[in-house]
Design a protein around this ligand. Structure first.
Ligand code: HEC
Length: 188
């Protein structure tokens, strides 16, 4: 009788343990938090600059500050953080093979009905003989993004972008489209 109870308890513990680890994978939680830190900082600073200087003034800010903010958040969190996209503006944000596959899977999942703002993917991958945890979270196109990533840009905005990014691909987005994704990694 007693052993039966014990076995039952152990079984229950296993089931609960498995569920708990699924729900609270510490790497996933950490990655989510670091992506949030990057997103929050970027959005806060961009909106402040948009209010003060408008879109043309903010383009310069984005081109200089966005990569710096990513560096700062990488230092603070211990995660390599950045942004990427199928249609990128900064050639430095070009997706690698893994990122490309995840971005394409996000488009498929969105087409199948998942909301863009909850799309995420994390997994352990092997890179150069090392184990790396990689994580991506989709970034939906919001209204404030359209002045620099939308279908109809003001001529002065388009001109400023042309000058800084001659090969710019990050235009023509509509509200709710996946603009790109946060991309994070950490060596295990
Ligand atoms: C004032 C113009 C401006 C606004 C507004 C703006 N962006 Fe950008 N965005 C840029 C510039 C310039 C870059 C390239 C800078 C970089 O990351 O190196 C960029 C890059 C990006 C990237 C990285 C991938 C790429 O294309 O190089 C993402 C993702 C992105 N923006 C999303 C957004 C989202 C989402 C919003 C709205 C919340 C937004 N942007 C609003 C100008 C803007």
């Amino acid at each position: 009788m007693r052993t039966k109870h014990l076995a039952l308890l152990a079984g229950l513990g296993l089931v609960l343990g498995a569920q708990y680890s699924l729900a609270a994978d510490p790497l996933l939680l950490e990655a989510r938090q670091s992506a949030k830190a990057l997103g929050g900082k970027l959005k806060g600073e961009v909106m402040k600059s948009m209010k003060a200087k408008g879109p043309v003034g903010t383009i310069d800010f984005c081109s200089k500050r966005a990569p710096k903010i990513a560096e700062e958040v990488s230092e603070q969190t211990g995660w390599q953080v950045g942004r990427t996209s199928l249609k990128y503006r900064n050639p430095g944000n070009k997706p690698d093979t893994w990122e490309l596959a995840v971005l394409e899977s996000f488009e498929q999942r969105k087409a199948a009905g998942e909301p863009a703002k909850t799309l995420e993917h994390g997994e352990v991958v092997a890179e150069n003989g090392k184990k790396v945890y990689r994580y991506m979270k989709a970034i939906p196109t919001g209204k404030p993004c359209l002045s620099c990533h939308g279908e109809k840009l003001k001529p002065e905005v388009a001109a400023a972008l042309d000058q800084l990014y001659p090969g710019d691909n990050a235009r023509g987005f509509k509200l709710g489209d996946i603009r790109g994704a946060f991309t994070l990694s950490k060596e295990l």
